[in-house]
Design a protein around this ligand. Structure first.
Ligand code: ATP
Length: 648
């Protein structure tokens, strides 16, 4: 590769060779790992507990309010703040690895326990751990977030595997296609299939047919609300019918579980591989651990363990050396046998399954060593690092990636690594390399009123998306108990703070916020609730973390708004609400809009709304950006305009 030319800077359909990919990615993975470690406490990079809390990598002053055993022997510990209802702002997410420590102990002090974040609410955080700590739970506590080093190790291992060559592995024929050395091939015949789901639309059926004819690579492009996962599930069902063994993955546990849940009613032979603490309760029955426990080899292993327990008892009582030696020998043999039976129990389940489901990084588990698949399917592929996709791809000879590269890419901590192309996804790279030859776009959407959808369709999808008749004209006031009012009637609403003296500010961490605008957003949510919209059907989203904190603080003052969901745009990807309120925050005389100008972020923001999308912004500031100016003009033309001064 030309020196200094990073992957992101290449012209879009320039080929990236395997060697270039490996040599560029290795240092970028290290950079990203360093960035994550420096965010977490364990590095000692953070000088004081208070600054660690401000950074969001630790939560101080917690009390343990519940400790239970559940989830196949895992313990669930629930923590709340000692200081009030709402947890302080933090950067913890589900599945993060955390340690528990006494509140004011030193930074490097040993933890009371370690676990994985299981659930987060505004007022509590639940951690799944192997054990309940024997002491210390009754005193004030803190949680520290750790960098997830296993993920980086697995990505590095995969790079090494790729660099050593994959000629002998299951993906030997796939790799040259994904690096542009050999063109993708499809079956000459048009594949006909009988859909399991009788509601599929024409674009879904067409995509499934193309997916089934692909011999090595297929990209399923699913714009917001177009039934991408519905289509992925149908592809899996059709492939199972054909006798394929499938590895189905996604970047996040929740997306994997979503597929599991939708496959279970079809009685597919499937197994969900992953740490039980990270799985949704409703898919635990499908978990590898649960199925292993039900297997024959597992009950044999169990019998052996009972025998070992009895022998251990004898060993304690035995007096003479010879007897002791004999018992120890027997114990050793039994222990070996028990391990063998356990491994066999795991292999039995995996061999027997038609579909194995796991996260991308989970695919590198030892349990799957030696297994290969006819097809690897990756959902949410446009939100996964390319190197993470390779962990799964190396196990199969054919792949289908589903995603939308026009929504937000994976979050990258290291600015430097992002600049150099770590965030460029495989989905995007292959879409650029092969385009329509290997890709099908779903074109009917089932979420948004067509006025909400049209902006996104025209701006990002060449006007190709159509709203399904069931949603095309749906309104807020058609929901049960909702009155038709000036607040519930508009599908698109623009509330302008220009000229209202509501300038943006910076918080201590340099994140931008806007107090006036937050008050306007909450005021509109209140109007909706007063017209009968359930608070849980309303979402307030904003690009800025500091604005989220401010909005949550305002919400906590009004009981009737407590179920209004508040999140960053990035945190709301994949979700939807009947009414979405977007607080854009930026209001300054220089017309600086920062990362608001990323088309993908605004695309995600607007397309979360089913029946009403309300944008609150300073139209003078944001119109400084051409793309945002078109958005504002679209809302002005097709929606209602209100000055914030009329509302406050
Ligand atoms: N052919 C169809 N007929 C009717 N409803 C459908 C059809 N396909 C999908 N849907 C509905 O559309 C909604 C979105 O579907 P799904 O969850 O598969 O979409 P997705 O594209 O994965 O979502 P996202 O936009 O969050 O990525 C679901 O409520 C689903 O039931």
């Amino acid at each position: 590769m030309e020196k200094g030319k990073s992957i992101s800077k290449r012209s879009s359909n320039e080929k990236v060779t395997l060697e270039q990919f490996v040599s560029t990615m290795a240092p970028l993975i290290d950079m990203e790992k360093e960035a994550e470690i420096s965010l977490s406490m364990s590095s000692g990079a953070t000088r004081s507990l208070d600054s660690a809390q401000k950074k969001g990598s630790t939560i101080l002053n917690l009390k343990c309010v519940d400790a239970q055993t559940g989830l196949m022997g895992k313990s669930l510990l629930e923590f709340q703040s000692n200081k009030g209802d709402v947890l302080p702002p933090h950067k913890f997410g589900t599945h993060d690895v955390v340690v528990l420590k006494p509140n004011k102990s030193d930074l490097g002090s040993p933890p009371l326990g370690q676990g994985v974040v299981y659930r987060i609410k505004d007022s509590s955080i639940t951690v799944a751990s192997d054990d309940i700590p024997e002491e210390g739970l009754n005193s004030p506590l803190r949680l520290e977030k750790l960098a997830n080093e296993v993920t980086y190790r697995r990505m590095k291992e995969t790079l090494i595997q790729l660099s050593k060559g994959v000629q002998k592995g299951p993906a030997a024929d796939l790799v040259p296609v994904l690096f542009g050395e050999r063109p993708p091939t499809t079956s000459k015949k048009d594949i006909k299939f009988t859909p399991v789901n009788s509601n599929l639309d024409h674009s879904q059926k067409d995509a499934i047919s193309k997916a089934l004819s692909s011999k090595d690579l297929f990209l399923l492009h699913g714009p917001p609300g177009t039934g991408k996962t519905t289509t992925v599930v149908e592809i899996i069902l059709q492939e199972v019918k054909r006798g394929s063994k499938i590895l189905a993955c996604a970047a996040s546990n929740i997306a994997v579980d979503n597929i599991v849940e939708r496959l279970v009613p079809h009685r597919v032979k499937l197994v969900r591989v992953g740490h039980p603490a990270r799985l949704l309760p409703q898919v635990l029955e499908s978990a590898l651990d649960a199925q292993v426990l039900r297997g024959d080899n597992s009950s044999l292993a169990n019998d052996i363990r009972k025998e070992m327990k009895a022998l251990n008892g004898k060993l304690l009582k035995a007096k003479d050396r010879n007897t002791k030696r004999d018992i120890r020998r027997e114990l050793k043999t039994l222990s070996k046998e028990e391990r063998k039976r356990q491994q066999l129990a795991v292999t039995d389940v995996l061999k027997n399954a038609d579909v194995v489901l796991t996260t991308l990084t989970g695919a590198l588990t030892k349990k799957l060593e030696g297994f290969s698949f006819d097809l690897v399917i990756i959902d949410e592929a446009a939100q996964a690092l390319e190197i993470a996709c390779w962990i799964a791809l190396l196990k199969g000879s054919r792949c289908i990636l589903a995603g939308d590269h026009l929504q937000l890419p994976p979050t990258i901590q290291s600015v430097e690594a992002e600049k150099k192309g770590l965030g460029r996804t495989l989905f995007e790279r292959l879409a650029d390399l092969y385009g329509d030859d290997v890709m099908s776009m779903l074109t009917v959407q089932y979420r948004m009123h067509e006025l909400i959808m049209n902006w996104s369709s025209e701006e990002l999808y060449h006007g190709k998306i159509k709203a399904h008749a069931s949603v095309a004209a749906h309104t807020l006031y058609e929901l049960d108990d909702v009155k038709k009012s000036s607040s519930t009637e508009p599908t698109l609403l623009l509330i302008d703070i220009a000229g209202c003296d509501m300038e943006e500010k910076k918080d201590e961490e340099d994140s931008t916020l806007n107090e006036g605008e937050a008050a306007v957003a909450v005021a509109h949510a209140r109007r909706l609730v007063e017209s009968g919209v359930q608070a849980a059907n309303i979402g307030i989203i904003t690009p800025y973390a500091a604005q989220v904190v401010l909005l949550k603080m305002l919400r906590s003052k009004e009981d009737k708004l407590k179920n209004v969901e508040i999140s960053t745009v990035d945190g709301f990807q994949g979700r939807e609400k009947e009414a979405i309120i977007i607080s854009m925050v930026r209001s300054n005389s220089k017309k600086e809009v920062g990362f608001l100008s990323d088309r993908r972020r605004m695309n995600v923001a607007v397309t979360r709304a089913r029946r009403q999308c309300c944008i609150i912004c300073d139209t003078e500031t944001v119109s400084g950006d051409k793309f945002l100016k078109r958005l504002i003009e679209y809302f002005e033309e097709h929606g209602e305009y209100l000055s914030a001064s009329e509302l406050m």
